[in-house]
Design a protein around this ligand. Structure first.
Ligand SMILES: [Zn+2]
Length: 109
């Protein structure tokens, strides 16, 4: 019985290891594809062209650096607020990712 249990545990670990290895391989492949599609030179073209207003450029760079004044940022990083929940839905942390793609209130509009 103990031997049987040990065999089951070993098989589960092997399966998990195989799945993890497969997932990592898939992630590496996706990253490689992403790098092929996205040209690093073209990605930063908007910065070198200089045809954006300074405020717009500042906001874009802040968004890229994840430092926009979201409630999550002001709560966790700046420690100036207590509640990090989204101002609109009050359900999830108000992160940049949430505002851009996951807020159920914004998704309706
Ligand atoms: Zn929300």
């Amino acid at each position: 019985m103990v031997t049987h249990t040990i065999i089951i545990i070993i098989r589960r670990r092997r399966r998990r290891r195989r799945r993890r290895k497969k997932r990592k391989k898939k992630e590496k492949e996706e990253e490689r594809k992403r790098r092929e599609i996205i040209s690093e030179e073209d990605t930063f073209l908007w910065l070198s062209k200089g045809d954006l207003k300074a405020e717009t450029e500042t906001e874009i760079v802040a968004a890229q650096d994840q430092v926009l004044q979201t409630k999550y940022y002001t709560t966790k990083i700046l420690n100036t607020e207590i509640d990090s929940k989204c101002r609109l839905c009050q359900q999830f942390d108000e992160t940049i990712d949430h505002v851009i793609s996951a807020c159920p209130i914004l998704a309706k509009e």
